[in-house]
Design a protein around this ligand. Structure first.
Ligand SMILES: C[S@@+](CC[C@H](N)C(=O)[O-])C[C@H]1O[C@@H](n2cnc3c(N)ncnc32)[C@H](O)[C@@H]1O
Length: 326
């Protein structure tokens, strides 16, 4: 990936998958990283854009380590991926057969990275441009796409498929055509997705997932808290800040935050919350300090007194039992 780097043709929203992936590559350079991802490294590690984003991330985390006198500053994207890995593997420990549907999958490499076994089918869903880009990169580095032959990166699950779908549109019928079975549990993973759609589209998405899930299914999702979403939008509108175009356009792609009453919101969409944690708590489990988001020091100083703590929800839920009237 050089002068004609195909990743440059990605939309602004799909580009965010490259940025979070670059942060994961930066994390992998630590001794004892929160997450290692060899496939991701070979898929995108030679892109000039990715190298620049990764180096910036390394510089910022090293600066924070020096300023705060801490050993290991890790990006939130590595922490959230590690958390999701652990949830998936825990689910796997009690289920041999299920399907994993990764929504807004970006450059997620779990089918090649986690030992899920032959009874687990994985479906990635993302926008068309990202799905095509990822497929091309997987083929280029000899990752296994079909369950035949010997490959440099073998599939570690039963089967994998990448579906190009807009999750704010009518995506469910297309998924159902590729759906292995409605009788086995589903694990829905939606990391870093919901804030790219408005609240109405997010609720519709949650309801659709619940409608085709068996009772023992699981949802792993992340979302901005309301304070962080509101602060990001004021940041964009507020002319007082020195403008960094990249960060401005990044925040401009956000469309919603999670309503304050997380359990109530999820219940209204067919999901019962099993755990609800803040990113600023989860990282402690991995013995690392969380990287400050670029510009958030200034944002916190200005907006937290009014809006409350700027943070990020990590939620695990199961389908609400359906009550049948007699
Ligand atoms: C920040 S990235 C996260 C990628 C991945 N989940 C991860 O954690 O590395 C957001 C992803 O959501 C996808 N996305 C955003 N809106 C979408 C939509 N309406 N339909 C399908 N995918 C969408 C983007 O293309 C992008 O790949």
């Amino acid at each position: 990936m050089t002068a004609t780097d195909p990743s440059q043709k990605l939309t602004a929203v799909a580009q965010t998958a490259m940025l979070v992936a670059a942060a994961r590559l930066a994390e992998a350079r630590h001794d004892n990283p929160v997450l290692k991802d060899e496939l991701l490294e070979v898929m995108i590690g030679s892109s000039k854009e990715v190298i620049a984003a990764m180096n910036q991330c390394i510089e910022e985390t090293q600066q924070q380590e020096a300023e705060d006198g801490v050993k290991h500053v890790a990006s939130f994207t590595s922490v959230r991926m590690r958390f999701g890995d652990e949830q998936l593997l825990q689910f796997r420990a009690s289920h041999d057969t299920f399907q994993v549907i990764i929504l807004g999958a970006g450059l997620d490499t779990r089918p090649w990275r986690l030992n899920l076994g032959p009874g687990v089918n994985v479906i990635d869903i993302d926008q068309k441009d990202m799905t095509e880009f990822k497929r091309a990169r997987l083929l280029a580095v000899d990752a296994q796409l079909l369950p035949v032959g010997a490959h440099r990166f073998p599939l570690r699950c039963g089967a994998w498929k990448g579906l190009p779908l807009d999750l704010t549109g009518s995506w469910l019928p297309s998924l159902m055509q590729s759906w292995p079975s409605t009788d086995v549990p589903s694990v829905w993973v939606a990391e870093g997705l919901f804030y790219y759609m408005d609240e109405e589209a997010g609720s519709a998405l949650l309801k659709s997932m619940a409608s085709v899930s068996t009772p023992d299914s699981m949802l792993i999702m992340t979302h901005l808290n309301h304070a962080l979403f509101s602060a990001s939008q004021r940041f964009v509108a507020d002319r007082e800040f020195p403008t960094d175009e990249k960060i401005q356009s990044f925040y401009s792609t956000w469309k919603s935050g999670m309503p304050e009453d997380v359990s109530g919101h999820l219940a209204s969409c067919g999901w019962r919350v099993k755990s609800q944690q803040l990113m600023s708590d989860i990282h402690k489990e991995y013995g690392v300090t969380l990287a400050r988001w670029k510009n958030t020091t200034e944002m916190r100083r200005k907006y937290e007194p009014e809006l409350g703590t700027l943070d990020y929800w990590v939620v695990v839920a199961s389908p609400e039992p359906v009550v049948h009237e007699i």
